[in-house]
Design a protein around this ligand. Sequence first.
Ligand SMILES: [Zn+2]
Ligand SMILES: [Zn+2]
Length: 301
Amino acid sequence: MDSNTVRLVSSFYKYKKVGNPIILQQKQLALCKLLNLKGRILIGEEGINGSVFGLKSNVEKYKKELRKNKLFKDIEFKEQETEKQAFRKLFARVRKEVVNFGVEVNLKNSAPFITPRQLKETLDRKDNIVLLDVRNNYEVKIGKFRDARTLSMRNFRDLPKYLNEIEDLKEKRIVTYCTGGIRCEKATAFLKENGFKKISQLKGGILKFGEEFPDTYWEGKCFVFDDRIAIDINHKNSKKLNECVWCLEKCDDYVNCHNISCDKLFICCENCKALYNKSCSNECLKASKRRKEYPIIIGQL
Ligand SMILES: [Zn+2]
Ligand SMILES: [Zn+2]
């Protein structure tokens, strides 16, 4: 591809006390407009959490500008080239939390980091650790680390309700992971405050691990909160963890049901997408109010 037309999705976060979130929001909006970037940026007194999408050269300029702010001079980016339109709009919003958890935690209690390399070596040695996935049920359905412990929560805010399910891990060595790392910082602080002692968190999350060690311990795809819905972590043909709701063929592609009043996210193969007009059931196939081509993303981090 011509390097002038390569488009990137770049995601980032930083927990850092922001003095005036509204001023930062206005600056972010202006900067993204200037560089013709789309995406979603959440800003709060606790920090920033965002993804931007646009021409690679403009994303690079954005990163440089963001790092000029001394609060974010060491912020890290996880990025993928994409041909898909990952975002169609630009949002920069001020929120109480940049990741919605609901429970107050002291981020000073966050667990120490383990780098992708350290995790890879730990797994290579077959050390006795438990990988704990702190993502939601619809995310773990299509991809996870091999042998990871998963939870069936619908929303990150529900983690406290699932504590009793992982009681048995209190004395074990745990490594938590999520997509890019932001949820783990709150999750591990919460777990430590609730008696889990030997926890660490994967630095940079699945995305960073996938950049460095594809085709190793990850199975399936990685759910992302933009119009791509899921991305590949592995380069080789990866094991598919689920199946098409119509033909039951092994599959890990999500579709938003095109019956607007249903809107369910369901797993569907390419063939059946066309055959059943992107509907999740016979009932939805007959529905007349249908989605225009753009999927709406279900949760929002
Ligand atoms: Zn199918
Ligand atoms: Zn449906």
